[in-house]
Design a protein around this ligand. Sequence first.
Ligand SMILES: Cc1cc2nc3c(=O)[nH]c(=O)nc-3n(C[C@H](O)[C@H](O)[C@H](O)COP(=O)(O)OP(=O)(O)OC[C@H]3O[C@@H](n4cnc5c(N)ncnc54)[C@H](O)[C@@H]3O)c2cc1C
Length: 383
Amino acid sequence: MNQLYYLTDDQRAIRDLAREIARERIAPLAAHVDETGEYPHEQLKLLAQQGLMGLHVPEAYGGAAAGSLAFCLAAEEVAWACAATATIFLVQNLGGYPIVFAGTEAQKRRYLPRIASGEITAAFSLSESGSGSDAAGMQCAAVRKGDRYVVNGSKMWVTNGSHAGVITVFVTTNRSQRAKGVTALLIEPGLKGFSVGKNERKLGIHGSPTVALHFSDCEIPVENRLGEEGEGFKIAMRTLEHSRPTIGAQAVGIGQAALDAATAYAKERRAFEQPIAAFQGIQFMLADMAMAVHGSRLVVHHAASLIDHGVPSAAMESSIAKCMASDTAMKVATDAVQILGGYGYTREFPVERYMRDAKITQIYEGTNQIQRLVIAQQLLGKL
Ligand SMILES: Cc1cc2nc3c(=O)[nH]c(=O)nc-3n(C[C@H](O)[C@H](O)[C@H](O)COP(=O)(O)OP(=O)(O)OC[C@H]3O[C@@H](n4cnc5c(N)ncnc54)[C@H](O)[C@@H]3O)c2cc1C
């Protein structure tokens, strides 16, 4: 099933490299990361050393410019091993894209080579406590004073916000204009008036920090603005359209890990004097899980390929990939727990972790209800 004939030699090499690191070096640490919530410094360093942190960065800025499909292949492998590490790996991409899309030459030179080498990690801050799905309803505001913006308010749910060397923060410069009043600013830690809030205690992806950001009369130079004033929402939506297939890839990785664990267990575990894999009820569950994971993988690859081919809008395919793969991961991980019976419910086996980790893929980068809205809007047009 992994004989994906359409991959180029480069894509295959990137997948194989990511697979080797993920299986040999990242997977053995995943249960520890889950148990302790430790930040996966070493795992990220390994990915950086192999050049995998800059897959989305143009060559001119030290990246591999390998494309969306190559990135999805690597993301699936990392997620198979450790979804928390994969989340930070994905956010390197999510935080880097706005700079690739809208950065000035100076901004690109300042950040992209360091993102590509893994010297710094990146973050992307759109959501707030009162506005997640309705992102344009944000309240965190910036007022221009001469050559600075003065920012007041808070952002929430910022993956890697406590560790990032650069964060793209979306603020409103004109609340009444909603989406058209959103402006993107690049910020670095250590700014006066900027602080990082507490790390959320979550159901899963424990090694991936999720924090609030607070701004109190925080002055940010105008030269840190990405694009024009009021262009922030467009930058955010373009970024999400490109990154949603990568969440799909993360979900495929979790789903494949759950399927692999359930398959291995079914062959070992005996009941009624035979392996449980001999029961057709279990065989059909495994077959359904395999179909769903493989189908999701192909849909993710299709969306990523559309992006690589520069189609004008891949919004629908991108949302389908994210939504279908994450719903699949949740179902497959839940079924894997079922196949492991009582043991599946314990921390002795990884499937309960897969189930907890899978859930977030249905929520972040737009909940699956929001993905369905995007798909329906593309289907129906303006009513
Ligand atoms: C672990 C984690 C990491 C995250 N990382 C980041 C990050 O790095 N950067 C960032 O900016 N954000 C991040 N987020 C935020 C995430 O994207 C939001 O939580 C998500 O978009 C949902 O927003 P909300 O939580 O405000 O839910 P709400 O918008 O309040 O939604 C609540 C429920 O209502 C549903 N709903 C809302 N509107 C509609 C509608 N129009 N039609 C049908 N149903 C609807 C939703 O689907 C959901 O089920 C993260 C969140 C988590 C939990």
